[in-house]
Design a binder for this molecule. Sequence first.
Ligand code: CU
Length: 295
Amino acid sequence: MILLFKQRKVKRLCKTHNSITVNGMFPGANPGSEKWRHSSWEWWDANPIDVVRQSTRTGAAPNISDAYTINGQPGDLYNCSSEDTAIVPIDFGESNLLRVINAALNQPLFFTVANHKFTVVGADASYLKPFTTSVIMLGPGQTTDVLISGDQLPGRYYMAARAYQSAQNAPFDNTTTTAILEYKSALCPAQCTTKPSMPQLPAYNDTATVTAFSGSLKSPRKVEVPTDIDENLFFAFGLGLNNCPKNFRARRCVWLMHCHLDVHITWGLAMAFLVDNGIGELQSVEPPPADLPIC
Ligand SMILES: [Cu+2]
């Protein structure tokens, strides 16, 4: 397979920027290539690598984004964006699977569609016991698979995403990104001159809705877990102020883990698991690559 990397000029929020494309498409969301994959991203009026580098250097949170996007487009509620708003076609009477990805850097996001309900059937590559909801919430990096039925008056409906502010007083991008769910039988341009219906999104700090949603994520069937516990282990996660053991750099693998936003790893909030070799080659750590930087 040949991957062709190119710089392409893209216009977002009234300005033109360079963006990297792979075989002519933006990495991640490829609008049009797979109809029902939807990703919500963030957009900075800056080079996003600079945003991350600056936050790593200063130790502060990354600058908040200037827009969120659905399938690469900010949508109608931002300046200079309405001409390129992503359109998601649907047939009346049809049931469609939406694979929704939160590809934002740090921001948990609510996602909803006007007048339609979702049947949630999967999350992060696991099937779920289906349940119905009008709004879903995804943490950064999370995926959720939902079914949506074309059972409403054929027309145009906004799909919208905006922030769930999970931490009080932490600054966040409070803008709203939209795409348009468009019934194929809705006659354009006659019907397209009227604005699509806008869904109601939860308040930024609506933790009750988030708790109700995440509490509904259940396995399709009973999961067998060990119930005979020989020993109770209590782990306290805290700031590691101890010096690393002397043999830290020997042939052992260090697995950095933080069960939250990735940016917190650069703040030093990672748990380091030392992983030793097991028995045989398949249970052993591969040697580091020749170009591994020495710190
Ligand atoms: Cu964290």
